[in-house]
Design a protein around this ligand. Structure first.
Ligand SMILES: Cc1cc2nc3c(=O)[nH]c(=O)nc-3n(C[C@H](O)[C@H](O)[C@H](O)COP(=O)(O)OP(=O)(O)OC[C@H]3O[C@@H](n4cnc5c(N)ncnc54)[C@H](O)[C@@H]3O)c2cc1C
Length: 377
């Protein structure tokens, strides 16, 4: 029997690949999705209950048009699926007035009219009772920010992609791929597949599949901590919000307590560089959670410093910590979404739409020039 030829194949069905498969299938593209693990697994970068989403994007204001579209698409996905994925509980941002976080958030607010409320020092205690905010800090509150239920979002993209006709295969590792004429031949552990276009969204494994790419990606082991709350002041049901603090110790962020028992938080920028994602140590290492405990002791008096639970996750860092979204520079018809550098999940819906544009039409109207590979030339 002749093998089916797919219009487009997506390698890696995690946060971004699940969304790409969904958007391709919704357009009627004959899409194949290949994933080495199970749906919404906890072995890559898209697990651990929640991910922050926010609009006053301090990393770079060019992300703002993309995040605004991401919100629209997540809401559409909620309507289509009937699931609640996005919770807009707001975000407390605190740091020195001249720091990158506050300066960057205010720049995004100014350029894109993002709602951002300055909170006076006299109101800090009433507004944010579980936080000890140092004198001299600036505090802003972004009411439209919040969090996404991470595994549920991946699962929903996958389910809706399948309903729209995507052929998704799990527990099947792609070993390599090659271009033959104007087609791609994808070799897996079990069989070969053929597709006209290829999208690589392989997260921490991207370098293994795209070793001809001349941009180094660094994989980092990052630890998430769940710590016991000692009062109800952090509870989502009591108005608890997400938070991000730029401190002299480092940048720490977290979520409201969802169950009234514990709260999840982590250090952004912490962690250990690793050479190979397949050799990631997922059990607790000496020192895991120590810096989070130090942060808690200084800034969150109603939280127990020692974590009750931890989970290991991976950041895939690009050289400038901005995303890589582009066609391969040397091989036409292959597109990549990678290097999300620890801040990509909130964009998964719009990244799926962008990669679907590229994988089906070869171009996108979305303003992604700042994410293209040519910036490294
Ligand atoms: C601890 C932590 C906290 C974070 N917090 C936030 C946050 O608050 N807000 C935010 O916006 N972002 C956050 N991020 C970043 C965000 O989660 C990631 O940028 C995003 O999830 C990356 O998605 P991805 O699709 O690139 O990777 P993944 O979701 O890991 O998907 C890649 C997939 O490719 C598959 N794959 C790889 N190689 C192969 C192969 N050869 N064959 C078949 N399948 C393959 C993998 O199994 C995996 O499923 C955080 C990340 C971490 C680790």
């Amino acid at each position: 029997m002749p093998r089916p030829i797919f219009d487009c194949a997506v390698i890696g069905l995690g946060g971004v690949g699940s969304a790409a498969a969904y958007h391709l299938a919704r357009r009627g593209v004959n899409v194949l999705g290949l994933e080495q693990f199970t749906p919404a697994h906890d072995l890559g970068s898209s697990h651990g209950e929640t991910r922050i989403i926010r609009q006053a994007y301090f990393e770079h204001p060019n992300y703002v048009p993309l995040i605004l579209r991401a919100y629209e698409l997540f809401k559409e996905l909620e309507e289509t699926s009937g699931k609640q994925l996005l919770q807009q509980c707001g975000l407390l941002l605190a740091g020195p007035p001249e720091g990158e976080t506050i300066q960057g958030a205010r720049l995004a607010q100014h350029l894109h009219q993002i709602p951002l409320e300055s909170v006076r020092a006299a109101d800090w205690e009433d507004r944010f009772p579980g936080f000890r905010i140092p004198n001299g800090f600036d505090v802003v509150f972004e009411p439209v920010a919040g969090f996404l239920h991470v595994e549920e979002t991946v699962r929903t993209h996958l389910d809706e992609a399948q309903k729209a006709g995507a052929d998704l295969r799990f527990n099947i590792e792609v070993i390599n791929w090659r271009k033959e004429g104007d087609q791609f031949v994808i070799t897996t552990e079990f069989e070969e597949f053929i597709a006209h276009k290829l999208i690589v969204t392989a997260g921490a494994w991207t370098s293994e599949l795209l070793n001809s790419l001349n941009v180094p990606l660094q994989v980092r082991r990052v630890v998430l901590c769940w710590n016991k709350v000692q009062s109800d002041c952090y509870n989502l049901s009591q108005g608890g919000s997400c938070f991000f603090m730029e401190t002299a110790l480092g940048e720490f962020y977290g979520f409201p307590s969802l169950d009234g028992q514990k709260l999840k938080l982590a250090e952004h920028g912490g962690g250990l560089d690793i050479a190979n994602p397949d050799e990631l140590i997922r059990t607790k290492l000496a020192g895991d959670g120590d810096r989070v405990a130090q942060f808690i002791e200084s800034f969150m008096p109603q939280l127990k410093p020692q974590s009750e639970r931890q989970a290991v996750c991976m950041y895939t860092l690009s050289p400038d910590h901005h995303f890589l979204v582009d066609e391969h520079p040397d091989i036409t018809g292959i597109y990549l979404g990678a290097g999300f550098s620890g801040h990509g999940f909130k964009f998964t819906s719009v990244l799926g739409e962008i990669l679907a544009d590229l994988g089906s039409e070869g171009r996108t109207e979305h303003p992604i020039d700042f994410l293209r590979l040519s910036r490294f030339e």
